[in-house]
Design a protein. Structure first.
Length: 299
């Protein structure tokens, strides 16, 4: 059977231009500069980046995005779900209110450790794991009341990172996943295999390519995640070791019609020109355009 043919809904994210919530991650570009680069590349949709990066007044934010011809699709929210649920829910409520007011669709939730950065993480006991699950479900319900879908993002340095943790979460929770090709591979999960085995659990897609040799160094502890990013862990789509084409075919065939967010995590130095990140984004956009054309030609 041929896969269903429909246009890929492509969005971007500020992290592709080095905008990250981690203190000391790198040089953070002004929002206008990032949005201008997106618009220059023909990108018409984006995630919102870390809390506080873009204006938190909905009217101001919508006006800013509209000025560049860009719409909001959602945003990433890393919360310690395993402790102080009331604090996590308060933060989720603020984010959901803003996302909904800007016309976004999805809240991308990560199970943060509560530590700064993603280079270390403590183990959870069974009670903390149960709290994580219950809080994630409560965030999902809160977001749904604002008209948003929630997708749990397996992520390096969070409490859902490894293949065992991803499988455990899928078994213990009914939340959908944000299928982030890079973070899944870094945690030891084959993202293409996961998409084929759990097609009904894919709620959102982050596309990034990874250089497998550096990913193995991160998994082994030979290098910290943040340093690996600075050394070029992530590659433009089609230039790394993930079969992005197979992944897209798998989720398309399963009927996924959500967003494909080009998200190549980057850390910039203050001397890096903004166009250095845009070159990789342009390559990834061209890769997806070629993929769509190849799919259409097979019909």
């Amino acid at each position: 059977m041929n896969e269903p043919l429909y246009p890929l809904r492509i969005a971007a994210a500020p992290i592709s231009w080095g905008v990250c919530e981690v203190p000391g991650w790198g040089h953070v570009l002004e929002a206008e500069a990032v949005l201008a680069e997106m618009a220059r590349l023909g990108i018409t949709a984006t995630e919102l980046g870390p809390p506080g990066y873009l204006p938190d007044d909905p009217a101001v934010l919508r006006a800013l995005l509209d000025g560049f011809g860009i719409r909001a699709v959602g945003g990433f929210l890393a919360l310690p779900l395993h402790r102080a649920p009331e604090d996590a829910l308060a933060a989720a409520r603020r984010a959901a209110t803003l996302f909904a007011a800007t016309g976004a669709e999805v809240l991308v939730l990560a199970a943060a450790t509560g530590l700064d950065g993603y280079d270390a993480r403590p183990e959870l006991d069974s009670t903390e794991w149960r709290t994580l699950l219950d809080t994630a479900a409560a965030v999902r319900d809160l977001a749904a009341a604002h008209g948003l879908r929630t997708a749990l993002h397996p992520h390096v340095g969070t409490h859902v990172e490894t293949e065992a943790e991803v499988e455990r979460f899928l078994a213990d929770s009914d939340l959908d996943l944000c299928l982030d090709t890079g973070h899944l591979l870094l945690g030891g999960t084959d993202p293409v295999d996961l998409a084929r085995r759990y097609p009904h659990r894919i709620g959102h897609v982050h596309l990034k390519d990874v250089r497998a040799e550096q990913a193995a160094e991160v998994r082994s502890g030979a290098i910290e995640y943040s340093e690996a990013v600075r050394r070029g862990l992530y590659a433009p789509l089609g230039e790394g070791d993930i079969d992005i084409a197979a992944l897209v075919r798998a989720v398309r065939a399963a009927g996924y019609r959500g967003w494909y967010v080009i998200e190549q995590d980057t850390a910039l130095r203050s001397t890096d020109p903004v166009t250095s990140a845009s070159r990789d984004a342009r390559h990834s956009l061209r890769y997806l355009a070629d993929l769509s054309l190849a799919s259409a030609s097979r019909r």
